[in-house]
Every structure is written in structure tokens, then in C-alpha cells.
Write a protein that binds this ligand. Sequence first.
Ligand code: HEM
Length: 427
Amino acid sequence: MSVPEQEQKKLEPLTSTYNVEPWEYLERVRGAGELVWDEAVGGYLVTSYDLMKEIGRGDDDVWRTPFVPDEEHPPFGLPTDKWIAYHGSPFSLLLMEGPQHDVIHRWWMHAFSSPRVLERWPEALIRPVALDQIERFGERGRAELVADFADPVSARVIAAILGLPWEDQPFVEQLMEMTDRPLALVQKAAEQGVAPDLVDEALATTAKLRETLRPFVLARRSGEGDDFISMIWRDAEVLFGDDYRDEDVVGVAQLAFLAGAGTTSYGIANGLYLLMTQPELQEELRRGGTRAVRAFVEESLRLFGPVVFRGRRALRDTVVAGQPIKRGDAVFMLSTAGSRDPAHFECPADVRLDRPAPRDHFSFGFSGSPRTCAGQGLARLELEQIFAVVVERLRDLRLDPDAPPPVYTEVLQRRWAPLHALFTVAA
Ligand code: HEM
């Protein structure tokens, strides 16, 4: 038996990292090779930056992403018609592949980087939400920043961007509850396999979410507003062709809400954790202004990207790192291992606000792939504004030594929680 094979035999499965920090485990897998079989997850783990990039470049040609309908490997075991019904429309980016996907993906990327958005959303929609949220607990000098800040801020911001009544707390709370079952479905499937009761609950919840969104979507039909729903209506023919239905517009709004609320909340929580465990960063961000905050956001995503790994299935026989891969085989790209690969990053575990290519990490997917996060422009805009507000308003931010410490939760979408914090509020 060769040395890498012996190493592979000794490895615990990826799922053994549930609720524990995975850094030592990731280094052990890396030590066993670039491509390591994991019996428990039924696929190869990809550990190197270079190999992730290579696989990413083959997306939609050699590889299929996990949510694209696939008769042989149906997402969550659902038949295609039910899976499309889950999304409310066949035009959900997650379901599409090929040239039509690419047109819609480009539209999303432009939507979140248009001059109108960059000019208006930060001051009108994002900063006010973050400031208002701090107002609610600031005077107490203590808070649990996941429940009191990260979750509500990300839900309220995405609501504001969709043109929904973000100041209506019960309404936003209702929306937040509707992200819970779809996320639980994905998390549990990664940890223990598909749970049929969660599939049913997630189907029912997404139907309810679309019911809730529909009146707001229909009210924006003129396409005249600055919000994301109006933007969808304005370009509906580009997105869906001439023959589209109201449901297609509702489906895009659902995807934006579900893809954007949880991930961003996790990104906020992980950045707050970094600020509290390396408190010298707080002053560095204050001194360095926008440039430093931007670099911090990228470093925080690189070190603690909310989505720790992403799967792919081979669309045809291929060879990866010298290993023959059969059509239908699965690979799991350990994005966080790629973003901390010592062969690519100097001092990979350190926060460095002066890295030469700050966006060079895999938190939003794999550079060169057509499937990178379509909302990354918005995610960056949000995180930059939110951390600017945090360091501006909260001083001497630290973990409460008398409260339960944070745990690096789950196995797939991961954040530090709870974040019991102490601070003073700037005058
Ligand atoms: C910190 C926040 C976020 C993180 C870490 C994140 C991460 C990701 C990741 C890892 C993927 C899959 C990439 C792949 O498989 O290669 C993805 C896809 C996607 N994300 Fe995000 N995301 C974030 C925020 C958002 C927001 C705010 C939106 C929209 C409002 C969004 C919309 C999407 C969509 C539509 C896709 C599917 C892209 C496709 O399949 O073509 N995301 N995201």
C-alpha cells in the first residue's frame, strides 16, 4: 500500500468535523493528497487550490452542480417537476445550465454592480439597517450578536433590497422563519443524508414564502423602482423570454431571499468573531477606512467562508489529478482548504489586510467557473457597509468571558455562534 493510501485509510470522514474547528482535519486530508476518497460522503475530497480551480473551469461541461435537475441523482431525491415546483419557476439559476444559464448569471452579476445600485443602496438601504439594529441593543453594552445583529441585519437588508417593508419587524421575523427549513434541509443532507420529513417541510415553507412575496412582486410590475424586484420586471424578457409568467418573477425573488439571507448572516457572524478574537483589527479598520474594511471583508471570507465545501458530479468520464473518474462520480471541493492552501497563500491562517489579490479565495465559488455566486456583488456591498458601521459604533468589542463561548457550528454552512459580546457605543 502506498503512503497516500495508508493516510487515506486513517482519515476520519468529512462529517466528523460537525460543530468542531476543522483546520487540523483539513491539513490531514491535504497530507493524504489533492484528491482523497471519503467513503462516508461517497465521493472524492478535493483539497488543493489549483485542483479546485481546474474543476471549476470545467463546470457545466465536465461537472454538474448539485442543484441542477438530474434524473440519475435527483437533488434531495425529488423528481424534476417537484424540484422545479420547490423553486417556483424553471428559471431559477440553480436549476439551469449552459448558454441560457450564462445569460441570466451575467444579468445577476451586472444587477449588483450597476452604478445606480452602487450609488444608492449603501446609503439608502444598508447603512440605515445596520445603524438601526445597533440602536436597539447598544445602550445595554452587551448583546448576543448572532440573534441581535447578524440574523436580523441580513434579513432586513435583503428585504430592503427586494423593496419589502424592512422596518416592519413582525413581517421580517416571519420571513426569517421561512429561511429555516430550506437551510436545515441542505445542512442535514450534508451531515446525515436526505431527511424526507425535512423535504416536505421545506417544500411547504417555500410555497408559503412565495405566497408572502407575491403581492409585493405584483405591485412592482411597472419596473420603475430602484429595488431588485423592479429590476427583474424591467429585464423580464431578457431573463425569461417573451412568454414569462408572474411566477417566474416571484421565483427569482425567492432565490434572492433564500440565497442571500442566511449566507450573509453567516458572513457577518464570522467577521464579528474575527474582530473579537483579534481585537487589534478594530482599530486597524478605523484607521484604514474603506480600503482596510474591504480587505478585512475578503480576509474574513477567505478564512471563514460561510460555505465550507461544494459538491460536483462528473457529466462524463474524466481524469482528475491522475485519478480516473467515472460519469456520475462525486467530488467535494473543500473551499476552505483551497482558501487556506499554503502552496498558494503566504501564512494562510493569518489575517493580512495587504494581500496582493484580496479577492483570490473560494468563498463565492471557484474563479473561472460559470457558477460563482451570482450575488457576490451585493454580499460584498453589504459586508463592507456593515463592518464599517460596526467599527464606527461599537468600541472595545469583545467576547463576554462569563457567557458560553462560540462554537464553529455545523459541517457545510458554518458560522461562529453564539457571539455573546460586551462593548461600549461611540458617542
Ligand atoms: C457572504 C454571502 C454569500 C456567500 C458566502 C455565498 C456563497 C455562494 C456559493 C459558495 C455559491 C455556489 C458556488 C459554486 O457552487 O461554485 C453561491 C451561489 C449563488 N449565490 Fe451566493 N453567497 C452569498 C451571498 C449571496 C447573495 C446576497 C445572493 C443574492 C441575493 C446570492 C445568490 C446566489 C445565487 C443566485 C447563486 C447560484 C449561482 C449559479 O448557480 O449560477 N448569494 N453563493
